[in-house]
Design a protein around this ligand. Structure first.
Ligand SMILES: Nc1ncnc2c1ncn2[C@@H]1O[C@H](COP(=O)(O)OP(=O)(O)OP(=O)(O)O)[C@@H](O)[C@H]1O
Ligand SMILES: [Mg+2]
Length: 321
């Protein structure tokens, strides 16, 4: 049984002001599953719905349709009181670290509080663990950081503190939303390694959200590619990288300088900008940008079909009918 399952998730937001309200469907009919101890990498352009899907997964958002199952339990409509105990087991490392911390708490308080509340540690013991973890993520000496407020840390430093907080909790399931996007290249690799070490040690599952498909090729077990609120390709990460099927996945890989020299397929450059999720194109949502688009692509939405073991693609090139 998978640790986490999403079944036909739909998530919408209302945007615009009075009299001109409209709905954005940020996630449209997405299903996926993540087994215990594995990493599911979610990739796609800005605005494709990755963060929204991550928040639905943790029930930080309640989807308008579909189901979220954690350990087989349907948590889609659980009231907040019943969700709270699950927060000890699954949490978000958010894209924006400033939104993740209480601005009036010190770093030491913010990181030790969950250990005191959830695990019943003495304050001094909790602070000891916090200091060790801060040193692990390179915030050294830890004494210099524990008494500071979040706004007295740089974005990269705070992101590392937030990662340290997640690791202190020994979670079962983590949604890591661009966890290293604010970090210098020099520290990025060591933070990813630390996350992977923890994952192995505590048999955690990770939903790893990023724009960096090359990073996913190195760390993820499965990759899901999102485009305009939908999954368009999914499969074991080495297969998706070595033999990407969807023109969108191919385009993402074509855009990476080092990778694009060694593609086993023709380089694809998409025309124009990513579409508007509030007003997505008809048929296949990529058709206005896709060099292979036919008339059918403009009219009919392709189904997301299995094209091999564990491999799925949403494209008329691979679907009869
Ligand atoms: N709270 C919200 N209210 C209204 N619209 C939202 C909200 N959150 C996200 N959206 C919209 O939903 C769509 C998907 O956003 P989301 O943040 O999930 O994308 P993303 O793939 O994480 O992008 P990025 O790579 O830039 O982080 C976008 O059109 C966005 O504007
Ligand atoms: Mg995001």
């Amino acid at each position: 049984m998978p640790l986490l399952e999403l079944d036909k998730i739909v998530m919408e937001f209302e945007i615009g002001s009075f009299g001109r309200k409209k709905k954005v469907r940020a996630v449209d009919n997405v299903s996926l599953s993540i087994d215990k101890g594995l990493i599911y990498g979610l990739v796609g352009e800005s605005g494709s719905g990755k963060s929204t899907l991550g928040r639905v997964t943790l029930r930080l958002y309640k989807p308008v349709a579909g189901k979220v199952l954690f350990n087989g339990q349907d948590i889609t409509r659980l009231p907040e009181g019943k969700i709270r105990p699950l927060r000890r087991r699954m949490q978000l490392i958010p894209q924006d670290p400033y939104g993740a911390v209480n601005p009036v708490q010190t770093i030491g308080e913010a990181l030790s509080e969950p250990l005191i509340v959830h695990y019943g540690l003495e304050a001094s013991e909790a602070m000891g663990q916090v200091k060790t973890m801060l040193e692990n993520v390179g915030l050294t000496p830890a004494e210099d950081f524990i008494n500071r407020k979040p706004f007295n840390l740089s974005g990269g430093q705070l992101q590392r503190a937030v990662i340290a907080r997640a690791m202190l909790l020994k979670l079962e399931y983590i949604v890591a939303d661009e966890p290293t996007s604010n970090l210098d290249a020099s520290i990025r690799a060591s933070i990813v390694k630390l996350l992977l070490d923890f994952k192995r040690k505590y048999d955690q599952s990770l939903q790893f959200i990023t724009h960096d498909i090359v990073l996913l090729s190195l760390i993820a077990d499965k990759i899901g590619v999102m485009h305009l609120a939908q999954l368009v390709e999914e499969g074991p990460s080495d297969e998706v990288i070595k033999n990407p099927l969807h023109p969108y996945t191919r385009a993402l890989l074509s855009a990476i300088p080092l990778v694009s020299q060694e593609l086993g397929f023709e380089k694809i450059l998409l025309k124009g900008e990513i579409g508007d999720p509030a007003n997505p194109p008809t048929g296949c949502r990529l058709h206005p940008r896709c060099p292979y688009a036919s008339e059918k692509c403009a009219k009919e939405e392709p189904p997301f079909v299995e094209v091999g073991i564990g491999r799925k693609v949403k494209c008329w090139l691979y679907t009869k009918g």
